[in-house]
Design a protein around this ligand. Structure first.
Ligand code: FAD
Length: 476
Protein backbone atom coordinates (compact mmCIF):
# COMPACT_ATOMS: atom_id res chain seq x y z
CA UNK A 1 0.00 0.00 0.00
CA UNK A 2 1.48 3.40 -0.90
CA UNK A 3 0.41 6.67 0.55
CA UNK A 4 1.44 8.91 -2.37
CA UNK A 5 -1.34 11.05 -3.73
CA UNK A 6 -1.15 14.16 -5.94
CA UNK A 7 -1.08 17.20 -3.66
CA UNK A 8 -3.29 19.05 -6.14
CA UNK A 9 -6.10 16.56 -5.44
CA UNK A 10 -8.44 16.85 -2.49
CA UNK A 11 -7.92 13.65 -0.65
CA UNK A 12 -9.65 12.16 2.35
CA UNK A 13 -9.14 8.96 4.30
CA UNK A 14 -12.25 7.52 5.95
CA UNK A 15 -11.44 5.08 8.75
CA UNK A 16 -14.14 2.45 9.40
CA UNK A 17 -16.17 0.55 6.80
CA UNK A 18 -19.46 0.52 8.72
CA UNK A 19 -22.55 2.41 7.56
CA UNK A 20 -21.13 5.70 8.90
CA UNK A 21 -17.81 5.36 7.04
CA UNK A 22 -19.40 4.04 3.84
CA UNK A 23 -22.00 6.81 3.69
CA UNK A 24 -19.37 9.51 4.35
CA UNK A 25 -16.99 7.99 1.78
CA UNK A 26 -19.62 7.66 -0.97
CA UNK A 27 -20.99 11.19 -0.42
CA UNK A 28 -17.46 12.65 -0.53
CA UNK A 29 -16.56 10.66 -3.67
CA UNK A 30 -19.73 11.98 -5.29
CA UNK A 31 -18.65 15.50 -4.29
CA UNK A 32 -15.43 14.98 -6.28
CA UNK A 33 -12.93 14.17 -3.52
CA UNK A 34 -10.54 11.24 -3.85
CA UNK A 35 -11.44 8.91 -0.96
CA UNK A 36 -9.56 6.04 0.66
CA UNK A 37 -11.93 3.95 2.80
CA UNK A 38 -9.94 1.93 5.32
CA UNK A 39 -11.47 -1.06 7.13
CA UNK A 40 -9.90 -3.30 9.76
CA UNK A 41 -11.82 -6.36 8.57
CA UNK A 42 -11.95 -8.04 5.17
CA UNK A 43 -15.48 -6.82 4.34
CA UNK A 44 -17.75 -3.80 4.66
CA UNK A 45 -20.79 -3.34 6.91
CA UNK A 46 -19.29 -3.14 10.40
CA UNK A 47 -21.93 -4.07 12.96
CA UNK A 48 -24.40 -4.62 10.10
CA UNK A 49 -22.71 -7.42 8.20
CA UNK A 50 -23.02 -11.06 7.18
CA UNK A 51 -20.60 -13.95 6.97
CA UNK A 52 -20.40 -17.66 6.26
CA UNK A 53 -21.07 -19.30 9.63
CA UNK A 54 -18.78 -22.35 9.75
CA UNK A 55 -21.00 -24.26 12.22
CA UNK A 56 -24.03 -24.30 9.89
CA UNK A 57 -22.34 -23.63 6.51
CA UNK A 58 -24.80 -20.81 5.76
CA UNK A 59 -24.34 -17.09 5.13
CA UNK A 60 -26.08 -15.33 8.01
CA UNK A 61 -26.38 -11.70 9.11
CA UNK A 62 -24.69 -11.00 12.43
CA UNK A 63 -28.29 -10.11 13.27
CA UNK A 64 -31.45 -9.18 11.37
CA UNK A 65 -31.28 -5.42 10.71
CA UNK A 66 -34.49 -3.54 10.01
CA UNK A 67 -35.00 0.01 8.82
CA UNK A 68 -38.06 2.23 8.57
CA UNK A 69 -39.42 4.66 6.01
CA UNK A 70 -38.29 7.54 8.23
CA UNK A 71 -34.63 6.48 7.78
CA UNK A 72 -34.10 8.98 4.97
CA UNK A 73 -30.30 9.09 5.13
CA UNK A 74 -29.95 5.33 5.08
CA UNK A 75 -32.34 5.04 2.12
CA UNK A 76 -30.50 7.97 0.49
CA UNK A 77 -27.24 6.06 0.89
CA UNK A 78 -28.88 2.89 -0.51
CA UNK A 79 -30.04 4.95 -3.50
CA UNK A 80 -26.48 6.25 -4.06
CA UNK A 81 -24.96 2.74 -4.09
CA UNK A 82 -27.78 1.12 -6.11
CA UNK A 83 -29.13 -0.98 -3.24
CA UNK A 84 -32.57 0.65 -2.83
CA UNK A 85 -34.39 -2.11 -4.71
CA UNK A 86 -32.94 -4.75 -2.38
CA UNK A 87 -35.23 -3.78 0.49
CA UNK A 88 -38.51 -5.58 1.14
CA UNK A 89 -41.02 -3.15 2.71
CA UNK A 90 -43.98 -4.09 4.88
CA UNK A 91 -46.50 -2.06 6.87
CA UNK A 92 -48.08 -4.78 8.98
CA UNK A 93 -46.82 -5.87 12.38
CA UNK A 94 -48.30 -9.09 13.80
CA UNK A 95 -48.23 -9.54 17.57
CA UNK A 96 -48.61 -13.15 18.71
CA UNK A 97 -49.49 -14.33 22.20
CA UNK A 98 -48.29 -17.67 23.58
CA UNK A 99 -50.99 -20.06 22.38
CA UNK A 100 -51.03 -18.42 18.95
CA UNK A 101 -53.68 -15.65 19.19
CA UNK A 102 -52.73 -12.88 16.76
CA UNK A 103 -53.26 -9.09 16.61
CA UNK A 104 -52.28 -7.15 13.50
CA UNK A 105 -51.09 -3.56 13.92
CA UNK A 106 -50.43 -1.09 11.12
CA UNK A 107 -52.21 1.32 8.82
CA UNK A 108 -55.69 0.44 7.65
CA UNK A 109 -58.77 2.27 6.42
CA UNK A 110 -62.11 2.54 8.14
CA UNK A 111 -64.24 0.77 5.56
CA UNK A 112 -63.57 2.66 2.33
CA UNK A 113 -62.09 5.69 4.16
CA UNK A 114 -58.38 6.32 4.69
CA UNK A 115 -57.75 7.94 8.05
CA UNK A 116 -55.28 10.82 8.28
CA UNK A 117 -52.11 10.46 10.38
CA UNK A 118 -51.89 9.91 13.33
CA UNK A 119 -55.22 8.01 13.16
CA UNK A 120 -54.10 5.74 10.29
CA UNK A 121 -53.26 2.86 12.66
CA UNK A 122 -56.18 3.42 15.03
CA UNK A 123 -58.72 0.87 13.68
CA UNK A 124 -56.33 -2.06 14.01
CA UNK A 125 -55.06 -0.85 17.38
CA UNK A 126 -58.64 -0.69 18.71
CA UNK A 127 -59.29 -4.20 17.38
CA UNK A 128 -56.04 -5.69 18.77
CA UNK A 129 -56.79 -8.60 21.09
CA UNK A 130 -53.33 -8.41 22.63
CA UNK A 131 -54.42 -5.35 24.64
CA UNK A 132 -57.31 -5.06 27.13
CA UNK A 133 -59.62 -2.05 27.14
CA UNK A 134 -57.63 -0.60 30.07
CA UNK A 135 -54.34 -1.14 28.15
CA UNK A 136 -55.79 0.69 25.15
CA UNK A 137 -56.95 3.62 27.28
CA UNK A 138 -53.51 3.88 28.89
CA UNK A 139 -51.69 3.66 25.53
CA UNK A 140 -54.10 6.17 23.99
CA UNK A 141 -53.33 8.64 26.81
CA UNK A 142 -49.59 8.19 26.36
CA UNK A 143 -49.77 8.54 22.57
CA UNK A 144 -51.83 11.71 22.84
CA UNK A 145 -49.25 13.19 25.21
CA UNK A 146 -46.45 12.31 22.77
CA UNK A 147 -48.12 13.89 19.74
CA UNK A 148 -46.21 17.07 20.55
CA UNK A 149 -42.40 16.75 20.46
CA UNK A 150 -40.72 16.39 23.86
CA UNK A 151 -38.09 19.05 24.69
CA UNK A 152 -34.74 17.62 23.59
CA UNK A 153 -33.14 18.67 26.91
CA UNK A 154 -35.66 16.70 29.00
CA UNK A 155 -33.79 14.65 31.61
CA UNK A 156 -36.68 12.27 32.32
CA UNK A 157 -36.36 8.56 31.54
CA UNK A 158 -39.03 6.71 29.58
CA UNK A 159 -39.63 4.51 32.65
CA UNK A 160 -40.25 7.49 34.96
CA UNK A 161 -42.58 9.09 32.39
CA UNK A 162 -44.56 5.86 31.95
CA UNK A 163 -45.03 5.62 35.72
CA UNK A 164 -46.31 9.20 35.72
CA UNK A 165 -48.70 8.35 32.90
CA UNK A 166 -50.16 5.38 34.81
CA UNK A 167 -49.49 2.70 32.21
CA UNK A 168 -51.07 -0.73 32.79
CA UNK A 169 -49.04 -3.95 33.07
CA UNK A 170 -50.26 -5.07 29.62
CA UNK A 171 -49.27 -1.75 28.03
CA UNK A 172 -45.88 -1.85 29.76
CA UNK A 173 -45.04 -5.48 28.99
CA UNK A 174 -46.53 -5.82 25.54
CA UNK A 175 -45.85 -2.40 24.06
CA UNK A 176 -43.38 -0.22 25.91
CA UNK A 177 -40.91 -2.91 26.99
CA UNK A 178 -41.26 -5.09 23.94
CA UNK A 179 -41.77 -2.78 20.98
CA UNK A 180 -40.19 0.50 22.10
CA UNK A 181 -37.48 -0.58 24.54
CA UNK A 182 -36.38 -3.34 22.17
CA UNK A 183 -36.26 -0.89 19.23
CA UNK A 184 -34.00 1.28 21.41
CA UNK A 185 -32.30 -1.82 22.85
CA UNK A 186 -32.31 -0.89 26.56
CA UNK A 187 -34.46 -1.00 29.72
CA UNK A 188 -37.20 1.64 29.88
CA UNK A 189 -35.38 3.27 32.82
CA UNK A 190 -32.22 3.63 30.72
CA UNK A 191 -33.90 5.42 27.80
CA UNK A 192 -34.17 9.22 27.64
CA UNK A 193 -37.78 10.23 27.00
CA UNK A 194 -37.01 12.36 23.88
CA UNK A 195 -35.57 9.30 22.09
CA UNK A 196 -38.63 7.15 22.91
CA UNK A 197 -40.93 9.99 21.84
CA UNK A 198 -39.06 10.29 18.55
CA UNK A 199 -39.48 6.57 17.84
CA UNK A 200 -43.21 6.71 18.66
CA UNK A 201 -43.82 9.73 16.45
CA UNK A 202 -41.83 8.37 13.50
CA UNK A 203 -43.04 4.77 13.62
CA UNK A 204 -46.67 5.25 14.65
CA UNK A 205 -47.80 8.84 14.15
CA UNK A 206 -46.15 10.96 11.44
CA UNK A 207 -47.27 8.93 8.41
CA UNK A 208 -47.82 5.39 7.19
CA UNK A 209 -44.72 5.74 4.99
CA UNK A 210 -42.47 6.77 7.92
CA UNK A 211 -43.53 3.70 9.91
CA UNK A 212 -43.20 1.09 7.17
CA UNK A 213 -40.49 -1.45 7.93
CA UNK A 214 -37.74 -2.59 5.55
CA UNK A 215 -35.65 -5.78 5.51
CA UNK A 216 -32.81 -6.58 3.13
CA UNK A 217 -33.54 -9.25 0.51
CA UNK A 218 -29.83 -10.17 0.44
CA UNK A 219 -27.26 -10.78 3.21
CA UNK A 220 -26.04 -7.49 4.69
CA UNK A 221 -22.48 -7.66 3.33
CA UNK A 222 -23.88 -8.20 -0.16
CA UNK A 223 -26.18 -5.20 0.36
CA UNK A 224 -23.20 -3.04 1.27
CA UNK A 225 -20.82 -4.42 -1.37
CA UNK A 226 -22.33 -1.78 -3.70
CA UNK A 227 -20.49 0.87 -1.67
CA UNK A 228 -17.08 -0.55 -2.70
CA UNK A 229 -18.19 -0.66 -6.35
CA UNK A 230 -19.47 2.91 -6.13
CA UNK A 231 -16.16 4.13 -4.68
CA UNK A 232 -13.94 2.40 -7.22
CA UNK A 233 -16.13 3.62 -10.10
CA UNK A 234 -15.71 7.16 -8.76
CA UNK A 235 -11.90 7.05 -8.64
CA UNK A 236 -11.68 6.19 -4.94
CA UNK A 237 -10.39 3.08 -3.22
CA UNK A 238 -11.15 0.62 -0.42
CA UNK A 239 -8.40 -0.87 1.77
CA UNK A 240 -9.40 -4.02 3.65
CA UNK A 241 -7.61 -5.73 6.55
CA UNK A 242 -6.05 -2.39 7.45
CA UNK A 243 -6.34 -1.66 11.16
CA UNK A 244 -5.43 1.99 11.73
CA UNK A 245 -3.04 2.07 14.67
CA UNK A 246 -2.06 5.75 14.83
CA UNK A 247 -2.43 9.05 13.00
CA UNK A 248 -0.07 12.02 12.67
CA UNK A 249 -0.68 15.50 11.25
CA UNK A 250 2.10 17.29 9.35
CA UNK A 251 1.61 21.04 9.59
CA UNK A 252 4.07 21.75 6.74
CA UNK A 253 2.46 19.56 4.12
CA UNK A 254 -1.05 19.77 5.62
CA UNK A 255 -1.34 16.02 5.41
CA UNK A 256 -2.49 13.26 7.72
CA UNK A 257 -0.43 10.07 7.79
CA UNK A 258 -2.10 6.94 9.09
CA UNK A 259 -0.14 3.91 10.17
CA UNK A 260 -1.70 0.50 9.52
CA UNK A 261 -0.15 -2.94 9.77
CA UNK A 262 0.12 -2.99 5.94
CA UNK A 263 1.76 0.41 5.50
CA UNK A 264 0.93 4.09 5.63
CA UNK A 265 -1.74 6.21 3.99
CA UNK A 266 -1.69 9.98 3.55
CA UNK A 267 -4.44 12.47 2.79
CA UNK A 268 -5.44 16.05 3.50
CA UNK A 269 -8.60 15.16 5.38
CA UNK A 270 -9.52 12.44 7.80
CA UNK A 271 -12.89 11.04 8.85
CA UNK A 272 -12.82 8.75 11.88
CA UNK A 273 -16.00 6.68 11.53
CA UNK A 274 -15.39 4.29 14.41
CA UNK A 275 -17.57 2.85 17.17
CA UNK A 276 -17.03 4.70 20.46
CA UNK A 277 -14.80 2.02 22.02
CA UNK A 278 -12.51 1.90 18.94
CA UNK A 279 -12.36 5.71 18.92
CA UNK A 280 -11.36 5.64 22.61
CA UNK A 281 -8.60 3.13 21.78
CA UNK A 282 -7.24 5.23 18.90
CA UNK A 283 -7.38 8.51 20.80
CA UNK A 284 -4.05 8.11 22.70
CA UNK A 285 -2.37 7.43 19.31
CA UNK A 286 -3.60 10.75 17.87
CA UNK A 287 -1.53 13.96 18.09
CA UNK A 288 -2.04 16.03 21.25
CA UNK A 289 -4.81 18.61 20.77
CA UNK A 290 -6.88 20.97 22.85
CA UNK A 291 -10.23 19.29 23.35
CA UNK A 292 -8.90 15.71 23.13
CA UNK A 293 -9.35 15.21 26.90
CA UNK A 294 -12.95 16.42 26.71
CA UNK A 295 -13.58 13.98 23.85
CA UNK A 296 -12.03 11.16 25.92
CA UNK A 297 -14.39 12.04 28.78
CA UNK A 298 -17.38 11.97 26.41
CA UNK A 299 -16.32 8.57 25.05
CA UNK A 300 -16.01 7.23 28.61
CA UNK A 301 -19.67 7.96 29.33
CA UNK A 302 -21.06 5.61 26.66
CA UNK A 303 -22.31 2.14 27.48
CA UNK A 304 -22.95 -0.96 25.34
CA UNK A 305 -26.14 -3.05 25.20
CA UNK A 306 -26.21 -6.63 23.81
CA UNK A 307 -28.46 -8.22 21.17
CA UNK A 308 -28.64 -11.98 20.62
CA UNK A 309 -30.02 -13.85 17.64
CA UNK A 310 -30.93 -17.52 17.35
CA UNK A 311 -30.90 -18.91 13.79
CA UNK A 312 -32.97 -22.05 13.19
CA UNK A 313 -33.34 -24.25 10.10
CA UNK A 314 -36.43 -26.49 10.05
CA UNK A 315 -37.32 -29.22 7.59
CA UNK A 316 -40.60 -27.39 6.76
CA UNK A 317 -42.25 -23.99 6.79
CA UNK A 318 -43.52 -23.14 10.29
CA UNK A 319 -45.39 -19.94 9.33
CA UNK A 320 -46.07 -17.83 6.26
CA UNK A 321 -45.60 -14.57 8.20
CA UNK A 322 -42.45 -12.67 7.20
CA UNK A 323 -41.97 -11.28 10.70
CA UNK A 324 -43.79 -11.13 14.04
CA UNK A 325 -43.55 -9.73 17.57
CA UNK A 326 -43.63 -12.55 20.13
CA UNK A 327 -45.29 -11.53 23.41
CA UNK A 328 -44.55 -12.41 27.05
CA UNK A 329 -41.47 -14.58 26.47
CA UNK A 330 -37.67 -14.23 26.27
CA UNK A 331 -37.63 -14.24 22.47
CA UNK A 332 -38.94 -10.95 21.04
CA UNK A 333 -38.92 -10.90 17.25
CA UNK A 334 -39.31 -13.56 14.59
CA UNK A 335 -37.94 -13.07 11.07
CA UNK A 336 -38.93 -15.76 8.60
CA UNK A 337 -36.04 -15.17 6.23
CA UNK A 338 -37.25 -17.25 3.28
CA UNK A 339 -40.33 -14.99 3.01
CA UNK A 340 -38.28 -11.92 2.12
CA UNK A 341 -35.13 -13.68 0.89
CA UNK A 342 -36.87 -16.17 -1.47
CA UNK A 343 -33.54 -17.30 -2.94
CA UNK A 344 -33.00 -19.12 0.41
CA UNK A 345 -36.07 -21.28 -0.18
CA UNK A 346 -35.17 -24.83 -0.82
CA UNK A 347 -36.48 -27.62 1.28
CA UNK A 348 -37.57 -26.38 4.71
CA UNK A 349 -37.29 -22.92 6.24
CA UNK A 350 -34.86 -20.57 7.98
CA UNK A 351 -36.08 -18.37 10.83
CA UNK A 352 -34.16 -15.90 12.96
CA UNK A 353 -35.27 -15.01 16.50
CA UNK A 354 -33.97 -11.80 18.03
CA UNK A 355 -33.63 -11.06 21.75
CA UNK A 356 -32.95 -7.39 22.44
CA UNK A 357 -31.44 -5.71 25.51
CA UNK A 358 -31.31 -8.94 27.50
CA UNK A 359 -28.12 -9.35 29.47
CA UNK A 360 -29.62 -12.51 31.08
CA UNK A 361 -30.18 -14.24 27.70
CA UNK A 362 -26.68 -13.24 26.61
CA UNK A 363 -25.28 -15.21 29.55
CA UNK A 364 -26.91 -18.49 28.45
CA UNK A 365 -24.77 -21.17 26.80
CA UNK A 366 -25.37 -22.00 23.12
CA UNK A 367 -27.30 -25.16 24.03
CA UNK A 368 -29.43 -23.42 26.68
CA UNK A 369 -30.26 -20.46 24.40
CA UNK A 370 -31.25 -22.64 21.42
CA UNK A 371 -33.34 -25.02 23.57
CA UNK A 372 -35.16 -22.09 25.20
CA UNK A 373 -35.80 -20.42 21.84
CA UNK A 374 -37.22 -23.59 20.24
CA UNK A 375 -39.36 -24.33 23.32
CA UNK A 376 -40.82 -20.83 23.26
CA UNK A 377 -41.29 -20.78 19.48
CA UNK A 378 -43.48 -23.89 19.81
CA UNK A 379 -45.87 -21.89 22.01
CA UNK A 380 -46.47 -19.42 19.16
CA UNK A 381 -46.42 -21.80 16.19
CA UNK A 382 -47.79 -25.32 16.78
CA UNK A 383 -46.14 -26.41 13.50
CA UNK A 384 -42.78 -26.30 15.33
CA UNK A 385 -43.73 -29.40 17.35
CA UNK A 386 -43.95 -31.54 14.20
CA UNK A 387 -41.00 -29.89 12.43
CA UNK A 388 -37.48 -31.28 12.59
CA UNK A 389 -34.77 -28.81 13.66
CA UNK A 390 -31.97 -29.48 11.17
CA UNK A 391 -29.37 -27.00 12.40
CA UNK A 392 -29.06 -23.98 14.63
CA UNK A 393 -26.69 -21.13 15.44
CA UNK A 394 -26.50 -18.55 18.21
CA UNK A 395 -24.93 -15.12 17.65
CA UNK A 396 -24.23 -12.93 20.68
CA UNK A 397 -23.32 -9.31 19.96
CA UNK A 398 -22.27 -7.94 23.34
CA UNK A 399 -21.40 -4.51 21.88
CA UNK A 400 -24.44 -4.22 19.62
CA UNK A 401 -25.58 -0.68 20.39
CA UNK A 402 -24.86 2.26 22.68
CA UNK A 403 -27.49 3.31 25.22
CA UNK A 404 -29.39 6.60 25.12
CA UNK A 405 -29.97 7.34 28.84
CA UNK A 406 -31.06 10.82 29.99
CA UNK A 407 -28.24 13.33 29.49
CA UNK A 408 -26.41 11.31 26.80
CA UNK A 409 -26.57 14.11 24.23
CA UNK A 410 -23.83 15.96 26.14
CA UNK A 411 -21.53 13.04 25.22
CA UNK A 412 -22.37 12.91 21.51
CA UNK A 413 -19.92 15.20 19.67
CA UNK A 414 -20.54 17.07 16.41
CA UNK A 415 -18.41 16.05 13.36
CA UNK A 416 -15.80 18.79 13.93
CA UNK A 417 -13.02 17.22 16.02
CA UNK A 418 -10.21 18.62 18.19
CA UNK A 419 -7.74 18.03 15.30
CA UNK A 420 -7.15 20.04 12.10
CA UNK A 421 -8.90 18.62 9.01
CA UNK A 422 -10.19 15.67 11.03
CA UNK A 423 -13.90 14.90 11.39
CA UNK A 424 -15.87 12.42 13.48
CA UNK A 425 -18.66 10.09 12.40
CA UNK A 426 -20.28 6.95 13.84
CA UNK A 427 -23.75 6.16 15.15
CA UNK A 428 -22.79 7.48 18.62
CA UNK A 429 -22.00 11.04 17.43
CA UNK A 430 -24.55 13.89 17.57
CA UNK A 431 -27.30 12.86 15.18
CA UNK A 432 -30.34 12.96 17.47
CA UNK A 433 -31.00 9.32 16.57
CA UNK A 434 -30.51 6.23 18.72
CA UNK A 435 -27.94 3.56 17.83
CA UNK A 436 -29.16 2.61 14.34
CA UNK A 437 -27.97 2.40 10.76
CA UNK A 438 -29.87 5.66 10.18
CA UNK A 439 -27.85 7.37 12.89
CA UNK A 440 -24.67 6.02 11.30
CA UNK A 441 -25.71 7.19 7.79
CA UNK A 442 -26.65 10.63 9.17
CA UNK A 443 -23.30 10.95 10.93
CA UNK A 444 -21.49 10.07 7.69
CA UNK A 445 -23.47 12.65 5.74
CA UNK A 446 -22.88 15.29 8.43
CA UNK A 447 -19.12 14.63 8.38
CA UNK A 448 -19.11 14.85 4.55
CA UNK A 449 -21.00 18.16 4.71
CA UNK A 450 -18.47 19.49 7.25
CA UNK A 451 -15.54 18.63 4.93
CA UNK A 452 -17.23 20.22 1.89
CA UNK A 453 -17.85 23.35 3.95
CA UNK A 454 -14.25 23.48 5.15
CA UNK A 455 -12.92 23.40 1.56
CA UNK A 456 -15.20 26.28 0.62
CA UNK A 457 -17.62 24.14 -1.41
CA UNK A 458 -20.60 23.79 0.93
CA UNK A 459 -23.36 21.45 -0.21
CA UNK A 460 -26.35 19.79 1.34
CA UNK A 461 -25.75 16.08 1.78
CA UNK A 462 -28.03 15.31 4.73
CA UNK A 463 -31.34 13.99 3.40
CA UNK A 464 -34.33 15.86 4.84
CA UNK A 465 -36.78 14.12 7.19
CA UNK A 466 -40.08 12.90 5.76
CA UNK A 467 -42.75 15.51 6.28
CA UNK A 468 -45.49 14.58 8.79
CA UNK A 469 -48.78 13.85 7.03
CA UNK A 470 -52.47 14.36 7.82
CA UNK A 471 -53.24 16.04 11.13
CA UNK A 472 -49.61 15.67 12.21
CA UNK A 473 -48.74 18.51 9.79
CA UNK A 474 -50.45 20.92 12.16
CA UNK A 475 -48.91 19.70 15.40
CA UNK A 476 -45.66 21.38 16.45
C1 FAD B 1 -26.94 -7.45 16.74
C2 FAD B 1 -27.26 -6.08 16.21
C3 FAD B 1 -28.55 -5.79 15.78
C4 FAD B 1 -28.85 -4.51 15.30
N1 FAD B 1 -30.09 -4.25 14.79
C5 FAD B 1 -30.30 -3.07 14.17
C6 FAD B 1 -31.49 -2.85 13.43
O1 FAD B 1 -32.38 -3.71 13.35
N2 FAD B 1 -31.66 -1.64 12.82
C7 FAD B 1 -30.70 -0.67 12.88
O2 FAD B 1 -30.89 0.39 12.26
N3 FAD B 1 -29.55 -0.85 13.57
C8 FAD B 1 -29.33 -2.02 14.21
N4 FAD B 1 -28.15 -2.23 14.86
C9 FAD B 1 -27.22 -1.10 15.05
C10 FAD B 1 -26.41 -0.83 13.78
O3 FAD B 1 -25.78 -2.01 13.34
C11 FAD B 1 -25.33 0.21 14.10
O4 FAD B 1 -25.92 1.34 14.72
C12 FAD B 1 -24.60 0.69 12.85
O5 FAD B 1 -24.31 -0.36 11.99
C13 FAD B 1 -23.31 1.40 13.30
O6 FAD B 1 -22.56 1.78 12.17
P1 FAD B 1 -21.18 2.56 12.37
O7 FAD B 1 -20.61 2.73 11.03
O8 FAD B 1 -21.42 3.76 13.21
O9 FAD B 1 -20.27 1.60 13.26
P2 FAD B 1 -19.72 0.14 12.92
O10 FAD B 1 -20.73 -0.63 12.16
O11 FAD B 1 -19.25 -0.44 14.22
O12 FAD B 1 -18.49 0.39 11.93
C14 FAD B 1 -17.22 0.75 12.37
C15 FAD B 1 -16.18 0.04 11.51
O13 FAD B 1 -14.89 0.46 11.92
C16 FAD B 1 -14.02 -0.65 11.83
N5 FAD B 1 -12.86 -0.37 12.68
C17 FAD B 1 -12.80 -0.35 14.03
N6 FAD B 1 -11.58 0.02 14.44
C18 FAD B 1 -10.84 0.24 13.33
C19 FAD B 1 -9.50 0.67 13.10
N7 FAD B 1 -8.67 0.95 14.11
N8 FAD B 1 -9.06 0.76 11.82
C20 FAD B 1 -9.88 0.48 10.76
N9 FAD B 1 -11.17 0.10 10.93
C21 FAD B 1 -11.65 -0.01 12.20
C22 FAD B 1 -14.88 -1.82 12.30
O14 FAD B 1 -14.35 -3.05 11.88
C23 FAD B 1 -16.21 -1.47 11.65
O15 FAD B 1 -16.34 -2.06 10.37
C24 FAD B 1 -27.85 -3.50 15.33
C25 FAD B 1 -26.56 -3.81 15.75
C26 FAD B 1 -26.26 -5.09 16.15
C27 FAD B 1 -24.83 -5.42 16.50
Amino acid sequence: MTGLLQSSERTVTVVGGGVAGMSAACALAEAGLRVQLVERRGYLGGRASSYLHPGVDEVIDNCQHVLFGCCTNLTGFYGRIGAADRIHWTSEMTMIEPGGRRSALGPSGLGPFTLPAPLHSMPRFLAAKAFTFADKLALGRAFTALMRPVASDSTESLGAWLRRKGQTKGALDRFWRLVIASALNADVDSIALPYAAKVIRELFMNSAQAGSMGMSTVPLSELYAGAAEFLTKNGSSVHFNANVESAAWDEETSQWTLVTRNGTLTSQFLVLALPFEAMAKLLPQMPPAEGADALAAQLGRHEHWPICSVHLWFDREITTLDHAVLLDREIHWLYNKGQFQPWRNGRGSYVELVVSASRGFAELSREEAIALAVRELREFFPEVAAAKLEKAALVKEMRATFGVPPGIDASRPAPVSPWTNCFLAGDWTATGWPSTMESAARSGHLAAEAICKSIGEPRTILNPDLKPQGLMRFIR
